[in-house]
Design a binder for this molecule. Sequence first.
Ligand code: DGP
Length: 114
Amino acid sequence: MSDCLFCKIIAGEIPADVVYENDKVLAFRDINAQAPTHVLVIPKVHIATIEDIQPEQASIMGDLFLAAQAVAKVDGLSEAGYRTVMNCQEGAGQSVFHIHLHVIGGRPLSWPPG
Ligand code: DGP
């Protein structure tokens, strides 16, 4: 999608600090990191929100979590642990309308989140 920030990152039109990539997903460091590790995992296909995922795209969610696993390995968090979050819609804090899984770790994380 031409006016989507994350599609532009996938296309290489906007630079990003890429941590992991395969044919389905791209993982890069969040520009506004909330923890020592804060990586965004996105599908290479444009999907605006969780509400827009079609049944035939269900495997994409698995691809995102497998990529989160790879990111954790890169940053040494596989044993220590990490949090994955996907905000859906503005009311839940979504600001970029191309689905993305936040992978957050490297510091103590409280629960429940604020
Ligand atoms: P959310 O609020 O859940 O939609 O998360 C969007 C995240 O995207 C937010 O944590 C900041 C990050 N972000 C916004 N613009 C850019 C950018 O141009 N580059 C990178 N790396 N991250 C961005």
